[in-house]
Design a protein around this ligand. Sequence first.
Ligand code: NAI
Ligand code: PYR
Ligand code: MG
Length: 707
Amino acid sequence: MINQLNVRMIEEFRYLPYEIEVTFERAHVFPTRQKDKGYHIGQSINHSLTCPEFDSFPFVPHSLPANLGQSSLEQASFNCKTTVGYRPIRTDYHGDMWRKTVTRSAAVVENLRKSRSFSIAASTSSIPGPCIVHKRGADILHDPWFNKDTGFPLTERDRLGLRGLLPPRVISFEQQYDRFMESYRSLEKNTEGQPDSVVSLAKWRILNRLHDRNETLYYKVLIDNIKDFAPVIYTPTVGLVCQNYSGLFRRPRGMYFSAKDRGEMMSMIYNWPAHEVDMVVLTDGSRILGLGDLGVQGIGIPIGKLDMYVAAAGINPQRVLPIMLDVGTNNQKLLEDPLYLGLREQRLEGEEYISIVDELMEALHARWPKAVIQFEDFQFKWAFETLQRYRKKFCMFNDDIQGTAGVALAGLLGTVRAQSRPLSDFVDQKIVVVGAGSAGLGVLKMAYEAVGRMSGTTPNPQFFLIDKDGLITKERSGVDPAASPFAKSIGEVQSIGLQEGSDLLEVVKKVKPHVLVGLSGVGGIFNEQVLKAMRDSDSPRPAIFAMSNPTNNAECTAADAFKHAGDNIVFGSGSPFQNVVLGSGKSGHVNQANNMYLFPGIGLGALVSGAHLITDGMMHAASTCLASYITDEEIQQGILYPSINSIRKITAEVGAAVLRAAVSEDLAEGRGEVGPKELAHMSKEESVEYVKRNMWYPVYSPLVHEK
Ligand SMILES: NC(=O)C1=CN([C@@H]2O[C@H](COP(=O)(O)OP(=O)(O)OC[C@H]3O[C@@H](n4cnc5c(N)ncnc54)[C@H](O)[C@@H]3O)[C@@H](O)[C@H]2O)C=CC1
Ligand SMILES: CC(=O)C(=O)O
Ligand SMILES: [Mg+2]
């Protein structure tokens, strides 16, 4: 389906007039939901931004089909043309600004409104609108949301009081981009041969400095170089950054709530400068990757996750909010560190802890009731409890439990295909999960549900769960309620020569699993013996997922997995590894089995659907969408997930799948001018287009000052 808005400025003069033609090609036409609200063309009308420096002008649509808007959903092509004459005394109002102005024209809307009862959704995603800024002069240069550095056009410098505050030459966005990439490449060259941690931190610093100075340029370089930069702003380097956060700290980012703020959060939340927030990532720093309790230093994780939201899901960076809830730390080293920036006291527990999380959630909901809240890196005992407590009340999810599960399930289904077996054979797969924490249990729960759906009976799959005390059976006392559904009966394990607490090697030898999944946080636990035992797997294509992060905590390296378990394995890891050159000269493909393939789409889908809850059905839709993304040919090469280079495309598909699931569960309340009816009428392709239209892309918008 073509759903396009073409705006062409026919002639541009320094003064008057302008002739502008707008062509809607097979635009989608919906009956208007709220008749008194007028009509919109594309998303842009949605924003109630007004540009004080423009007057509205007559804009007459012609060639409108006579019967437009009569049925529920139609396509139409028509043109609008006008000659505009007014005072364009600034010459920097070039194409993009005009286009946006045209689409926002009140007169267009008014003309359409008079003629018929409909609204028109047209693709306007590539059209940057003017951005209202409430500050002037040096304040703008110091605000990374608006700063363009040397990229401010001269007339904008005039309007915003920037003249004289910048060197006179105007540098284009492209030149700024090239300049940054050149510095980055020289840094790579200059740090060659230095220890990995030094190089990684140097890379992080240069990116972080840009992030702090000019967000538009930062996200442009991030999006265009996501494969190279994701390992710097996300795992593994983000782990190193969190470990060294107190020393690296220069400027705050996000919000910090602490146990000292009890009773104040409802007012504190209004200290955040943005009026709108779409995505919140919240941590209490208690289990940062596989690095344990890092207290306030864990703020790096919400920042990194939200960078991925901007890069992959096109969430507007002015509408994201990383939050650290500092309730103390049990990390003795940090407590004794005089430079530690968090509360130097033991973690709150029990009722005291939960009441403070309650208070923060209420405050967030009060100010931004439509925001999606992602819980990240909470220790096991609070991860499940907070998920249960809030998921029926707020639009939230736990990424470690649910996001990871979706990605892992997509990978597990891929491994069935890699064995050239039908997906329904998933019910017979033998899977050993090492790590019975938030992530491991989340994966098992989703895998059980998938088996249940496939077999149509109460599932009793061949899944085995191991924690630090070995194989978990029903004989074990004090098993956490979240783990007990996955504890094997003692009879069942004895029948294959195992017992309560059997160790990993023994389990692998006796079970001969099709898949070995590591979510233990223990680096190297898949040692040579364990990997060699996987050679006797019952699968022709054994799969090994060393999903723990960061790299040092991975259960094994990619090279070791291929070396010891064999060239025919399928391999995935939470943090990136290079593909492995095999003895045959072929390449052993390394999949990045990381929840980054899903959480951006889950958040985006929930947001644009206007759902007020995130259900298991929406999670399942996300996972299924990811699983179906890969072709049989790719699967045969051991590829289970798409390249990170196409993460924006994947996220749009995942977001749309989540949206459609929300619609089918009657949860989609719509967003802005696009209501539940419009959402319900969308085809699969239209839902993907709609999600894409809602994605932000980094371009310099013309800045318009408003007091
Ligand atoms: N790749 C991805 O997308 C994701 C990876 N993870 C990673 O998974 C790891 C675990 O995360 P959570 O489940 O949240 O942690 P958790 O602390 O809730 O659970 C860790 C589990 O590992 C078990 N364990 C510890 N030592 C063990 C040993 N020697 N042998 C067997 N089991 C052992 C513990 O008993 C516990 O059940 C972390 O490293 C994290 O980075 C988590 C979420 C997503
Ligand atoms: C990837 C992630 O969420 C974790 O390792 O915790
Ligand atoms: Mg996590």
